[in-house]
Design a protein around this ligand. Sequence first.
Ligand code: 4NP
Length: 163
Amino acid sequence: MTDSTAPYRILFVCLGNICRSPAGENIMQALVKKARYSEAITCDSAGTMDWHRGKLPDARMRQAATEHGYEFKGAARQVLATDLKDFDLVLAMDRSNLADLQALDPNGNDKENIRLFGSYCTGNEFPEEVPDPYYGGEEGFHTVIRMVENGCEGILAEYKNKQ
Ligand code: 4NP
């Protein structure tokens, strides 16, 4: 039985957990706080790879965040198979991340909870996948923020609709 008083737990997942998924976690948290849903929704993020364990979000990501009025926090960690049980919604930033998450769930037990982040974006301005900004220029980090803001609004709207 589900506990109706337990918070709804959202996990954002990308490759390194230093650019896109920390953007998801921190922007969703800011939105949730602004909407006064902090008791109801909690956020975390993880990477499919372990390369940056313990690191803060990338300095370029944090700089772009500051310019958009956010302060991004966090310490990178790798996603675990148990996360698929511990979180109500696990959001992959791109299709490769989605395939890696699905590989952690070979029997498909948690498939309803694993989704592509871009499926929450509205309008036709955004691609299906959040583009990986790591090897590109500064503008890529601003694109991540704009797309993540749009998708997080969609997640919150869907959550409110279900209440
Ligand atoms: P993220 O970006 O998956 O959005 O955190 C990347 C971070 C690190 C690397 C690639 C993408 N890397 O190759 O180290």
